[in-house]
Design a protein around this ligand. Structure first.
Ligand code: NAP
Length: 448
């Protein structure tokens, strides 16, 4: 048998994910060599604190605090430190020195992807980050490679396990947001400072990455409209449930014409086509495949012109699951070195623009507290029609206050697809009607 060459691997970070990657590199060395066509030698592990306890027992001699020297002498660099700096500088240094880079750093890729890709192209090395979106789920490679002969029209993703756990708790137990969050923190699904998860920022980074790959255009975090789940109430969840929906925090990327029609056309001759990239709480019919994604699991639902509907499901976080995605990227990068060149990376030939949230087109659920008088329904229906928003479902429930004996009615409306701008104008006008006591909720709906 011919002797395999050896590739030096530098690992930056030895936390939840890094420790598992180090374990796999050491324990499965023979298997990895046969899959990669080269031996992958763990040359060193850069950390902040040499004495910090590690989840995995590893040779002490591998550890260093000098990350810069480590990356300069590596064929492959795995960045699992997180944060923007020094991760960004170390990745750029590694690529300038000819190393392929694997990272799980969604914040960095979403913020500064163009610079990283430019440097990778210039250096002729592979840059991959499968672990950055939806942990263990193979989603970026299928979009980039398997679907490269198709046109993706829409991506809907549950890409943050913390918020999915919280919304699922609220849905299954009737809990308020604060109690569900406390439970998530108790079980280790949410951090002490949950802002990045519950305000949707983590999902927004992933939405930017998914949109970039799906629509062959580089989108950054600034292109993503973002609303978190902290204002979703138990009443919203109950009303949605009653109407046959479940509320999920979705990362959505879809291509629209200026008129708001979903389309698979790559670029419009008139340049009118853009991509709506957004993260917000969304109502989904309970029979939609994404509605069945429970607890802290992740899933990404893709619609493509020829493939039709696809769904990818699995663990979106955790040391071992995320390490699996990192190892897949590492083997692919090692193979590219063995075969001599990075091959064709992702393309940016789409050049479509990101649309403002006002241009987003979706269905809406609107809850109204109205006076129980004759003619109210007709008045409201006319007002919706005047604003070009057509109603798909309208349901009324009558309540009688036991003390005052006054009757009021609760109206639940689900609209057909309409633009955010048209819906916002409709809701403003509805508020002005004398028969309206209050607008109790306005939520976006997908999958109807
Ligand atoms: P973590 O547990 O916080 O570990 C970070 C590691 O990086 C630690 O070992 C730390 O060293 C080291 N580090 C941090 N700053 C450093 C610096 N300036 N110089 C040298 N070493 C430094 O992080 P993690 O959960 O493994 O996540 C790593 C990356 O994967 C992040 O980008 C994250 O977003 C991404 N990711 C994580 C998951 C997940 O489930 N955890 C899922 C998907 C993606 P010390 O140990 O000495 O402090």
């Amino acid at each position: 048998m011919t002797e395999l060459r050896t590739l030096k691997v530098a690992l930056l970070g030895c936390g939840n994910v890094g420790a598992q990657v180090a374990r796999i590199l050491l324990d499965d060395a023979d298997m990895l060599a046969s899959r990669a066509g080269a031996r992958l030698e763990l040359a060193g592990i850069a950390v902040r604190n040499l004495d910090a306890p590690r989840e995995v027992e590893l040779p002490r001699g591998l550890f260093t605090t000098d990350a810069e020297t480590l990356v300069k002498d590596a064929d492959l660099v795995i960045e699992l430190m997180g944060g923007i700096e020094p991760a960004r500088t170390l990745i750029l240094t590694a690529m300038r020195n000819g190393a392929c880079v694997v990272t799980g750093n969604k914040a960095l890729v979403a913020k500064d992807g163009p610079t990283l890709h430019e440097e990778a192209d210039k250096a002729g090395v592979q840059l991959s980050y499968e672990a950055a979106v939806a942990g263990a789920i193979p989603i970026l490679r299928p979009i980039r490679d398997s679907l490269s002969g198709d046109r993706i029209t829409r991506v809907l993703g549950i890409v943050n396990g913390t918020t999915n756990f919280i919304l699922d708790q609220m849905d299954s137990t009737g809990a308020q947001f604060a109690d569900a969050l406390a439970e998530a923190q108790r079980l280790g699904y949410a951090e002490a400072d949950p802002t990045a998860d519950v305000e949707g920022y983590d999902a927004a980074s992933k939405a930017a990455i998914l949109a970039s790959l799906s629509f062959h255009t580089r989108f950054s975090l600034d292109d993503v409209y973002c609303e978190g789940i902290s204002s979703v109430t138990a009443a919203d969840i109950a009303a949605a449930k009653d109407a046959g929906f479940v509320i999920k925090l979705l990362a959505i990327a879809e291509k629209l014409t200026a008129e708001g029609t979903k389309t698979g056309t790559e670029t419009g001759a008139d340049g009118n086509i853009g991509v709506s990239v957004r993260v917000h709480p969304t109502l989904l019919p309970r029979e939609h495949p994404l509605a069945a994604v429970r607890g802290a699991f992740n899933a990404v639902f893709i619609e493509a012109e020829n493939a039709g509907e696809l769904m990818f499901y699995g663990q979106g976080a955790g040391g071992k699951p995320t390490a699996s995605a990192v190892m897949g990227d590492l083997i692919s990068a090692a193979r590219s070195i063995v075969l001599g060149g990075p091959g064709r990376a992702e393309t940016t030939t789409g050049q479509v623009s990101a649309l403002p949230i006002a241009a987003a087109v979706t269905s809406y659920y609107i809850g109204l507290d109205v006076a129980d008088q004759p003619g109210v329904l007709a008045k409201i229906a006319r007002l919706f029609a005047d604003h070009g928003v057509s109603i798909e479902i309208m349901r009324q429930t009558i309540h009688r206050d036991a003390d005052s004996n006054i009757e009021s009615a609760e109206l639940r409306i689900v609209t057909h697809r309409a633009s955010e701008a048209a819906l916002a104008a409709t809701v403003e006008a509805v508020k002005g009607l004398d028969v309206i006591n209050s607008v109790t909720s306005v939520l976006r709906v997908e999958g109807v």
